[in-house]
Ligand binder design. Structure first.
Ligand SMILES: C[S@@+](CC[C@H](N)C(=O)[O-])C[C@H]1O[C@@H](n2cnc3c(N)ncnc32)[C@H](O)[C@@H]1O
Length: 406
């Protein structure tokens, strides 16, 4: 980071308010945008307080043009870091439980405005502080976590489920960040979770939205009838009246509308069907973490120059996985989505840690031919004849087998 200069009066007032919010535990979040510093393609930063190893830390989600990076800072080291970034951004918004401060800079001067914040809930400050130390995105006290086997009867995380717990929280964190990017404030959201399994995410998203005053309409789609029955029962016990589960193949589920399509580890080309439904229905947000990649591997032919590398089976597998997801990401881009591909949870928690996150651009009119040409070039180079998502988007899918479950 470049040298930190003396803050302007308005910057200092903003920093004082930030520090006070941290000290009084009234800090909700802070967003800095219109970054003008040295980090290439950095668009904005969102700061929140989360708990790591029983300690509050300031977590910053750095949103770059094509990926997101999270860094955590101890509360002691946070102030100079925040000050440095503040001086490199033209706008900053600080949300506390009591007020919102907005700092805007133009060539002539810095402008600081303060507005009263509507109380988030009727909880006391003490209760809010207590909740925050529990967790930031998914409320550890939520009842649904118990029947799902994440928490015990005392709302403590069951040790063997701590990785799943981390994964769910990370997913909701990414979802929440992407939601903030959507052009209009959402009062209700229709979400379909393809390959919902035991429903960890389906329940967590429903709960998160309801607690954030967005009416959730959520459907999980799942092949396994036992899991569907289980999820129905848990939804009923949790009083999640607008959470539903459809038993069947993702290919046979045809909703009429949806705002958000998610698919976490939906097997093989089930991910392609899910993305296709999202694109076809103009979903505002598409989030998927692809699972096993079987379709391209048998088709992959090595370009001569890559033969020394791809002679090793593991490399050919990795290459076909990368190619599968690159074509997915490019198709999303071609069909009007701003698309990011990134590691969404550290490898130590799961090996299936790649996320494709796409948000609909306002200015989309028709598929971008230049991006489609890039896909054709890649396919030609690797001898790829068929990619399910491409076939589906071109209406060329011919009822082939969906591929085995992993
Ligand atoms: C690895 S699990 C992931 C579950 C859940 N999304 C999660 O992350 O906890 C994949 C789930 O997708 C389901 N699935 C696989 N292929 C499917 C298909 N074609 N249609 C519906 N569900 C499918 C499987 O039964 C399984 O429960």
């Amino acid at each position: 980071m470049s040298q930190v200069a003396t803050p302007s009066i308005q910057e200092q007032q903003f920093l004082d308010a930030f520090q006070q919010a941290i000290e009084t535990q009234s800090f909700d979040r802070m967003i800095m945008s219109q970054y003008k510093g040295e980090l290439e393609h950095l668009e904005k930063m969102t700061f929140r307080v989360i708990q790591l190893q029983n300690q509050d830390v300031l977590s910053c989600l750095f949103r770059y043009k094509t990926n997101d990076v999270t860094k955590n800072y101890t509360l002691n080291e946070a102030l100079p870091i925040v000050q440095g970034f503040l001086q490199q951004c033209k706008q900053a918004n600080l949300m506390t439980n009591e007020q919102e401060l907005q700092l805007k800079k133009n060539k002539k001067k810095d402008m600081l405005t303060v507005s009263k914040q509507q109380p988030i809930s009727s909880k006391t400050a003490e209760q809010q502080g207590h909740d925050r130390t529990k967790h930031r995105y998914v409320d550890q006290n939520s009842y649904f976590l118990q029947p799902l086997g994440i928490t015990d009867a005392k709302a403590q995380i069951i040790p063997s489920m701590s990785r799943k717990w981390k994964q769910i929280n990370k997913f909701v964190e990414i979802f929440s960040g992407a939601l903030e990017q959507l052009p209009n404030h959402q009062q209700a959201l229709k979400i379909v979770d393809f390959g919902s399994g035991k429903g960890y995410l389906t329940f967590a998203l429903y709960d998160y939205l309801a607690k954030n005053k967005i009416t959730p309409f959520v459907t999980g789609v799942e092949l396994n009838d036992k899991m569907v029955k289980f999820c129905h029962d848990v939804a009923q016990q949790s009083d999640f009246t607008q959470l539903d589960f459809f038993q069947g193949d993702v290919r046979t589920y045809h909703p009429e509308t949806l705002d958000v399509m998610i698919a976490l580890h939906a097997c093989d080309v089930a991910t392609d069907f899910a993305i296709h439904t999202g694109i076809r229905l103009n979903a505002q947000m598409i989030m998927c973490a692809p699972c096993c990649h079987k379709e391209l591997r048998p088709q992959l032919q090595s370009p001569i120059v890559l033969q020394p590398m791809l002679q090793f089976g593991i490399h050919a597998g990795q290459q076909s996985e990368m190619l599968t997801d690159t074509i997915r990401a490019l198709l999303l881009k071609a069909y009007g989505y701003e698309t990011k591909v990134f590691e969404f949870v550290a490898l130590e928690h799961t090996s299936k840690n790649k996320m494709i996150l796409a948000t609909k651009r306002k200015d989309y009119i028709e598929p971008d031919q230049a991006v489609l040409a890039q896909i054709q070039a890649l396919k030609a180079m690797y001898g790829i004849r068929k990619h399910s998502l491409e076939l589906l988007l071109n209406d060329q899918w011919d009822q082939q087998d969906i591929g085995s479950k992993c």
